[in-house]
Ligand binder design. Structure first.
Ligand SMILES: NC(=O)c1ccc[n+]([C@@H]2O[C@H](COP(=O)([O-])OP(=O)(O)OC[C@H]3O[C@@H](n4cnc5c(N)ncnc54)[C@H](OP(=O)(O)O)[C@@H]3O)[C@@H](O)[C@H]2O)c1
Length: 336
């Protein structure tokens, strides 16, 4: 079967990554419908030798569609997911619209593929949450995680295509002696770091941090895990990095962690102490695997239950488009 696919948000950073991955994986595609807002309707996009025109999403956009991949923000997802499901499509949604809805599975295929069941709507988790949990899950299965403390180093493209362009333009401007004027992100992105640009709640946590906390508990099916996070934007074009400190239920050694991760799906160990060579976003960019390194015993926990990791993963791929396509493949019951 060659599924008919629709991509809502096809002109965006995640939408463009969907097209790249469909091509790379040589995924069989019946028809492909590229959807966005009126702003980019009529834009021409090449796909496998054909020129496709982007259409403004509308009530008939999902007729005959088997798989609808959504990456146009939460309000678009809320508006169009019911219509797509009504038209008979299965929807994988990259936005936050349905992630914490108890009726909607929140899925990382390496972690909880069985949660998909017969659902017609699946939520793709937050990108930082996916990148953290691809390596943490196999450890949690072996020795329950009791607490995690995370600091993120998040790329500009996590805030969309225009934010990535803004970082490039600001770097050019500053090097040419011109002022950098933030328009998309709230602060200067080039040669700077700033706290994640999502809203800050009354508890002092920004929305990205709260997503990492609550989504992890839902995906792992374990409400007892204690999690705290500090999410920060760094002047990187793509791929998020994270420093993760984990406290396990039982003592665990760095060698044991390395052994568990060496056979974990979606993980590549990059941990060369002698050459000070560890995960870097430029090496994670464009790759499917989450790179994991700096694997070491946390000396501040003398009972041997603490481990530190540093990870880098491409948030446009594993953190968004690739994870969603893997879900879509599972939803139709065989490899696309
Ligand atoms: N960037 C990431 O790393 C990442 C990771 C995980 C999840 N996500 C999520 O994925 C979604 C897309 O993110 P992105 O980074 O790809 O954003 P983006 O680069 O800004 O692209 C947004 C896309 O959505 C379309 N769109 C916006 N408003 C629309 C509307 N009212 N109706 C129809 N289409 C509309 C845009 O079309 P036009 O060209 O017509 O404006 C564009 O194709 C967001 O929900 C985001 O939270 C992003």
């Amino acid at each position: 079967m060659k599924p008919n696919i629709a991509i809502l948000g096809a002109t965006g950073a995640v939408g463009q990554e969907f097209l790249r991955i469909l091509n790379e994986r040589n995924t069989p595609v019946g028809s492909l419908r590229l959807l966005a807002s009126a702003r980019s309707a009529g834009t021409k996009i090449e796909f496998r030798g054909q020129t496709l025109a982007v259409e403004e999403v509308g009530p008939r956009s999902f007729d005959g569609v088997h798989i609808a991949l959504f990456s146009a923000g939460a309000s678009s997802s809320k508006q169009w997911a019911p219509a797509a499901i009504e038209a008979g499509a299965r929807v994988v949604d990259n936005s936050s619209a349905f992630r914490m809805d108890p009726a909607v599975p929140l899925v990382i295929p390496e972690v909880n593929p069985a949660a998909i069941g017969s659902a017609r709507l699946i939520a793709n988790p937050n990108c930082s949450t996916i990148i953290m949990n691809v390596p943490v899950w196999p450890l949690h299965k072996a020795n329950r995680v009791r607490r995690m403390v995370i600091a993120t180093y998040q790329a500009a493209s996590g805030a969309g295509y225009q934010a990535m362009r803004e970082l490039e333009n600001q770097a050019r401007d500053i090097l040419a002696g011109r002022p950098a004027v933030p328009k998309v992100l709230p602060h200067q992105a080039a040669f700077n770091v700033f706290s994640h640009n999502s809203a800050v709640g009354e508890d002092g946590y920004n929305v990205e941090e709260s997503k990492m906390i609550h989504e992890t508990r839902k995906i792992f099916g374990d409400d007892a895990i204690a999690i705290t996070a500090t999410c920060v934007r760094v002047p990187v074009l793509r791929a998020h990095s994270e420093a993760i400190n984990i406290t396990f239920e039982e003592p665990i050694g760095a060698d044991g962690v390395r052994r568990l991760l060496s056979s974990a799906p979606g993980v590549r160990i990059v941990d060369d102490r002698a050459n000070n060579y560890f995960p870097m976003p430029i090496e994670a960019s464009g790759k499917d695997d989450v790179l994991v390194g700096r694997i070491r015993q946390d000396v501040s926990q003398p009972d041997g239950r603490g481990i530190d990791l540093f990870v880098s993963g491409d948030q446009l791929r594993k953190g968004a488009a690739l994870n969603a396509l893997q879900i879509a493949e599972l939803m139709i019951g065989k490899s696309l």
